[in-house]
Design a protein around this ligand. Structure first.
Ligand SMILES: CC(C)(COP(=O)(O)OP(=O)(O)OC[C@H]1O[C@@H](n2cnc3c(N)ncnc32)[C@H](O)[C@@H]1OP(=O)(O)O)[C@@H](O)C(=O)NCCC(=O)NCCS
Length: 109
């Protein structure tokens, strides 16, 4: 079952998953999903908390997005994930919508 999922995932040209390296070690992940000429950011995760707040994930998203231009980028964040909302604000995302569960943020690059 997982193999099938992986094979299908590898064929999907719209999503790119990245492993983030810091000091030669894999420390995090992120993905860009390109659909309808827009990009959804996903799986943004710093796994190694000892490297938090050093700019690792900001630098990673900037690098992943640097190949796109004239595009809207958006992300969905849980309302109670204040550190992530602060992280995206620091990276120039703005809140454009909220529902009872999620905060939707966007920026134009
Ligand atoms: C959010 C996350 C990706 C930030 O990664 P990071 O490498 O530490 O981020 P950077 O160093 O590039 O940016 C740091 C900024 O993020 C925010 N931030 C990160 N950790 C925070 C914390 N514990 N409390 C409050 N703000 C925090 C702040 O704005 C911080 O800026 P500051 O240090 O000047 O206050 C990381 O904490 C993480 O993986 N969190 C768990 C997964 C998650 O919530 N992902 C987002 C899902 S949508």
């Amino acid at each position: 079952m997982q193999n099938k999922w992986w094979e299908k995932y590898k064929q999907n040209p719209t999503e790119k998953a990245y492993v983030i390296y810091y000091r030669g070690k894999p420390v995090g992940t992120l993905s860009t999903i390109y659909k309808r000429k827009e990009i959804e950011l996903g799986r943004v995760m710093l796994g190694e908390k000892r490297y938090a707040r050093r700019g690792v994930m900001s630098s990673a998203i900037n690098k992943a997005l640097s190949k796109f231009k004239n595009t809207r980028v958006y992300i969905k964040v849980l309302n109670n994930n204040h550190s992530a909302i602060s992280f995206y604000k620091k990276n120039h995302f703005k809140i454009y919508k909220r529902n009872e569960k999620l905060t939707f943020m966007e920026k134009f690059i």
